[in-house]
Design a protein around this ligand. Structure first.
Ligand code: UDP
Length: 194
């Protein structure tokens, strides 16, 4: 089920099975969940930064996002089934949210980028309920943002705060959320905003 690379346990599955068998039940049961789509940069950061490693270790699921991770697994003779890219997971989750009328919160990126990304979500996934949004340049010690997200009751929370802030932020706050699938999405809002 898992392949361990540099002390990180990667779930060995396909993107489709990951979403259908692992994430959709969490959404249906409103169970909180923390996903890390780990690329080689993330894995290297866990080697250099113990606090960051601790945050990644708190994830419910770590999946491999990058050819480098798949190569490492192959060289260990424990091949991973496929790359599960963060951006693709985000888009698939938005599609699922659109189909089921779920609510999403968008945290991170510059204010203009965040606004534009949410506008694109509204345009492309009209049944997604936007639970709220906030840019990514706030003081981490200010509870206002995490309180707003908890109050929003969002089913999905996309966190685009870059490396290492996004995983640190999710790990640090996850205890206060009674529901919500949380994932760090790196530069995905910039891509969405175009
Ligand atoms: N970002 C943010 N707050 C920060 C640092 C970064 O919201 O304090 C956003 C940034 O605007 C971008 C995303 O995080 O939309 C990813 O940033 P970057 O590409 O620098 O991250 P990395 O490649 O390190 O994940």
């Amino acid at each position: 089920h898992y392949v361990t690379i540099m002390d990180i346990d990667f779930l060995n599955t396909t993107k489709e099975t990951f979403l259908r068998a692992f994430i959709q039940p969490r959404l249906m049961n409103e169970q909180p969940c923390f996903i890390v789509t780990a690329n080689p940069e993330i894995v290297m950061q866990t080697r250099e930064d113990p606090a960051y490693k601790k945050s990644v270790k708190q994830a419910d699921y770590v999946v491999p996002d990058g050819a480098g991770i798949l190569l490492a697994a192959k060289s260990m003779k424990q091949p991973l089934q496929e790359r599960i890219a963060g951006y693709d997971v985000m888009i698939d989750l938005l599609r699922y949210a659109d189909k089921h009328g779920l609510s999403c919160y968008f945290l991170g990126a510059e204010e203009t980028v965040n606004k534009k990304a949410v506008a694109e979500v509204n345009r492309n996934f009209p049944n997604v309920r936007v639970a709220g949004r906030h840019h990514g340049f706030f003081d981490v010690d200010d509870p206002e943002v995490s309180d707003a997200i908890a109050r929003s009751g969002a089913d999905l929370v996309f966190v685009a705060l870059g490396l290492p802030r996004q995983e640190l932020w999710i790990a640090e706050h996850k205890e206060m959320f009674s529901k919500g699938v949380f994932m760090g999405v790196g530069g995905s809002f910039d891509v969405l905003a175009g």
